[in-house]
Unconditional design. Structure first.
Length: 270
């Protein structure tokens, strides 16, 4: 009964943490492709090849359902995977849809035509690959009209977080928020469109100011996973062990993960 959670590195742990709190009895196999992070500066073919290799490893662990807790992989590879790669008896889900449903105040499965929603000016912070894919705007357009999205590619932030250099990460976040505000002075909402960014959520909120509502994925994805498993109990998978796999150096990655989640996390070599 295990579900797979994938990210290029440590960012997906923000989703794992929320899932563990929401579904404490659910065994989860986490896969961090730390040896190849960051994905955000890679091209779509490269992201597709790395993501399918990682997801295959999670299928081999007994996971029938894998969450891509990585916006970059969700943006650049998920659709191609769903169209031509994912076996019939498996599911791979991304992290955009729960976020957009929350932003547009829509319920799951609401397939009515796109309509005017409460927010009109949205700031999107994401990796360069996610921004250039325009996947967020595409998914949003299925559900809402009249929303102006200004995207800021936050170069360097993921590298700094993976390196554990939080001072650099904070300085970069503040300069990316400044750059965004020069393009859109008064966003009503800001989307943290990278699973590494919730680790910097307070900095984003502080730099944006108290009038901006910050949407962050972990809890939204955890709620949506709980709802999905309720409707598809068969997708809990055959595995019954929680474990943490990495393509990177397990000792180093375990240290970073333990620091971020403030509890002991032990990775093993994938
Ligand atoms: N945490 C990932 C995301 O949500 C990946 C970042 C990266 O590897 O560049 O986009």
């Amino acid at each position: 009964m295990s579900v797979g959670i994938f990210d290029s590195g440590l960012g997906g742990l923000t989703v794992l943490d929320a899932v563990t709190k929401r579904l404490p009895d659910l065994p989860v196999v986490y896969f961090g492709d730390n040896a190849h992070a960051p994905y955000g500066v890679r091209d779509a073919d490269d992201i597709y090849d790395l993501t399918t290799a990682a997801v295959q490893r999670l299928f081999d662990e007994g996971c029938d359902l894998v969450i891509l807790a990585c916006n970059t992989a969700s943006a650049a590879a998920l659709r191609r995977m769903q169209e031509s790669w994912v076996p019939r008896d498996k599911r791979v889900l991304g992290v955009f849809v729960p976020l957009i449903e929350a932003l547009t105040e829509r319920q799951w499965g609401d397939n009515s035509p796109p309509r005017q929603v409460a927010v009109q000016n949205v700031a999107l912070f994401a990796t360069p690959a996610t921004v250039s894919s325009r996947a967020f705007q595409r998914e949003l357009a299925f559900r809402a009209i009249g929303v102006d999205v200004e995207a800021q590619a936050c170069g360097g932030v993921v590298d700094a977080i993976e390196e554990g250099d939080m001072i650099l990460a904070e300085a970069l976040v503040r300069s990316h928020v400044d750059a965004l505000k020069r393009k859109m002075p008064k966003p009503e909402a800001a989307v943290l469109g990278c699973t590494h960014y919730p680790l910097m959520e307070e900095i984003f909120q502080d730099a944006l100011g108290p009038d901006v509502e910050v949407f962050s994925q972990p809890r939204l994805v955890a709620d949506s996973l709980a709802d999905y498993l309720e409707r598809h109990p068969d997708k809990r998978g055959a595995g019954d062990n929680s474990k943490f796999l990495t393509t990177g150096d397990p000792k180093r990655v375990s240290g970073g993960a333990t620091r971020f989640l403030r509890r002991e996390i032990t990775f093993e070599k994938a």
